[in-house]
Design a protein around this ligand. Structure first.
Ligand SMILES: [Zn+2]
Length: 64
């Protein structure tokens, strides 16, 4: 699988060897630790992407 070097859109730090195809363009910046999506590598199909925390919150709401 191909890896990519991209600059973080938040802080501008360069992140190396990212598997953007596997993550649908998402990456966590090594420098500022923000999770961002690199739109050039995003899949055009509409899919739901959850962080672990969002998933837990949504499961907690359905349980009520
Ligand atoms: Zn950053």
């Amino acid at each position: 699988m191909e890896t990519y070097d991209v600059c973080c859109p938040i802080c501008g730090a360069k992140n190396h060897d990212l598997y953007l195809e596997e993550t649908d363009g998402w990456m966590e910046c090594d420098h500022c630790h923000q999770v961002v999506q690199i739109l050039a590598h995003a899949n055009m199909q509409s899919i739901s992407v959850y962080t672990c925390r969002e998933l837990a919150e949504s499961l907690a709401q359905t349980a009520k």
